[in-house]
Design a protein around this ligand. Structure first.
Ligand SMILES: [Mg+2]
Length: 281
């Protein structure tokens, strides 16, 4: 991909490059010629669209099953933006879209959340969990550098850990932030960041890694830096509009944007194009 294409798609103030695994763009500190993505003390990884995805849609389908079980009728998520939301907020938005008043369903919220978790557990074998490119290598890279790794997800806790266990990613994480008590993503991120600082120290630097504008906004609401990856529903260019501190088409591309060969592989660290300055707004 020619530099001119990259330059035209990167907003002003970003430096961008293209690796063999995709594009990376970042806001450079003075004299930085590489994205400093592995400089933070603790990492808050979103799950869906960032670490993995489930084309089997077990989690998605559990909402309607739970509603049928608890309230006696199904619930459509079609009108709802689920990417970057939280499970309690998805419920709220779906009921609102169906014209069902808050006071009708909210008293049943604990049972609905429990039923969603149970439905996912029952259907766990139907999950078709796919890990996103570069995830395992990125987690190993950060762990080898002594970083604290946590998840910060809109999933309910039992569902989040279940997905990580079934995809064999669970071992990489020592803490997590979940949506059980947080309808707003920013509140969940605040709790996850507090958990990170309890482990890593009160002054530890914490970064959010996510795949949606909501991840970016929630990080900003907590004055946290954010790395966006375009492995979910939002493209690299859409994410750059929001704008994150670092944006990568995937974590494999971010790993290749390292100054030195990664894990000794002779192909890693090879840049297809030179660094180029973004010029358009
Ligand atoms: Mg996500």
């Amino acid at each position: 991909m020619p530099n001119s294409v990259i330059a035209s798609s990167a907003p002003a103030g970003y430096v961008s490059l293209v690796t063999a695994q995709g594009r990376v763009a970042w806001r450079p500190c003075p004299h930085d010629s590489i994205p400093r993505w592995d400089q933070y003390d603790a990492y808050l990884f979103d799950i869906d669209g960032t670490l993995l995805r489930d084309p089997g849609r077990v989690h998605y389908n559990a909402f309607s099953k739970a509603c049928l079980e608890v309230l006696g009728h199904p619930l459509s998520l079609e009108p709802v933006t689920v990417a970057g939301s939280t499970d309690p907020r998805i419920l709220r938005d779906a009921f609102a879209a169906a014209g069902i008043a808050d006071e009708t369903w909210r008293p049943h919220l604990p049972r609905l959340l429990e039923a969603i978790c149970s439905a996912v557990e029952r259907q766990a074998a139907s999950m078709q969990l796919t890990i996103m490119p570069g995830v395992v290598d990125a987690l190993r890279h950060l762990a080898a550098a002594g970083k604290w790794l946590g998840v910060a997800t809109g999933n309910l806790e039992s569902i989040g850990w279940l997905k990580l266990e079934r995809s064999e990613l669970r071992q990489h994480f020592t803490f997590g932030g979940f949506s059980d008590a947080h309808e707003q993503r920013a509140d969940m991120i605040a709790a996850a960041a507090a958990a990170a600082r309890k482990l890593a120290g009160a002054h530890a630097s914490v970064v959010v890694v996510g795949d949606t504008p909501s991840d970016i906004e929630a990080a900003r609401a907590n004055a946290l830096p954010v790395i966006a990856v375009a492995t979910g529903h939002y493209s690299f260019d859409r994410l750059l509009e929001h704008p994150p501190d670092i944006c990568a088409e995937n974590l494999a591309a971010l790993l290749l944007a390292q100054p030195a060969p990664f894990n000794g592989s002779p192909t890693n660290g090879h840049m297809v194009n030179a660094v180029s300055k973004g010029t358009s707004a």
